[in-house]
Design a protein around this ligand. Structure first.
Ligand code: SF4
Ligand code: SF4
Length: 264
């Protein structure tokens, strides 16, 4: 094929706005990284679309080395400085956990660690195109298969403290993370909500009450592509907003309201 024509000398090309990659609107991972950043924790991360949670403005992940490294890194931090156990969280996706997280968790239990691990259970292998995994009940060929129960699996590895939370419930998620960080033994928090792209039913987009919006931009810290600011007020794109409700919990002025508009 012929190469694209180059601009001739002196010809100005229109500026292309920088668009860093972001989590999808309605992504359940967004709640996790928002809370982890707010709590100012040391977060050892892993490989998946959730690694985007390390980018600004979420900035909820500090390390990403290789598949399965999150749990070993969290345990290593604790060994290097025991006081870090109370402010370090290992974060790993469900598919990554089945692939290469089991040994790290077993190692933490065996070596008397007291780390906290969050498994982001979005019921799929999202980053590479929604492949099934041992927890979904289907093989990669689409045949029925035993669905491995994550809670039972981590308990079988010796973890006694296991909690299941909704990653889009900011208040409960915050309380559970604090509770498990304070526990003197290994903990696993399973943050369970399907990938936003797998949800067949969408809720109405949130509405902005311009009278209540102060333009504080706190909602922009969620890095949701559906939210922008126009003329010093928040704006929500009704086409892309899934109505996940996360921003409603973040706006302390009540300017973002659920059930506002039907999306396209
Ligand atoms: S919607 Fe709420 S959080 Fe967002 S800019 Fe307005 S007042 Fe601030
Ligand atoms: S409810 Fe808020 S956070 Fe969720 S998709 Fe819509 S604009 Fe984004």
């Amino acid at each position: 094929s012929r190469p694209a024509p180059s601009p001739s000398a002196g010809e100005e090309m229109p500026a292309i706005p920088g668009r860093p990659p972001v989590l999808c609107p309605g992504c359940p991972h967004r709640g996790i990284f928002y809370v982890l950043h707010k709590l100012k924790l040391l977060v050892t991360g892993d490989i998946g679309c959730y690694t985007l949670g390390g980018l600004p403005p979420l900035e909820g992940m500090d390390t990403c080395v290789c598949m399965g490294a999150s749990i070993g890194m969290a345990h290593g931090c604790e060994l290097a400085d025991p006081s870090l156990a109370e402010r370090t969280v290992g974060v790993i996706g469900d598919s990554t956990f089945f692939h290469s997280g089991l040994t790290g968790l077993l190692n933490m239990v065996y070596n008397n660690g007291r780390g906290t691990v969050i498994i982001l259970d979005n019921r799929t292998t999202a980053m590479t195109g929604h492949q099934d995994h041992p927890g979904t009940g289907k093989t990669l060929m689409g045949r029925d298969a035993p669905a491995i129960n994550l809670e039972a699996l981590v308990r079988a590895l010796g973890v006694r403290r296991v909690q299941v939370v909704d990653p889009l419930d900011v208040a409960r998620l915050t309380a559970v993370i604090k509770e498990e960080l304070a526990a003197p033994e290994p903990s696993v928090i399973i943050a369970r909500r399907p990938c936003a792209l797998l949800q067949k039913e969408r809720r109405p987009a949130v509405a902005v009450d311009a009278e209540l919006c102060t333009g504080c931009r706190a909602c922009l810290k969620l890095s949701c592509p559906a939210i922008s600011v126009r003329e010093q007020k928040a704006a929500v794109d009704a086409i892309t907003c899934t109505g996940c409700g996360l921003c409603v919990q973040v706006c302390k002025f009540g300017a973002l309201q659920e059930g506002g508009r039907q999306n396209g």
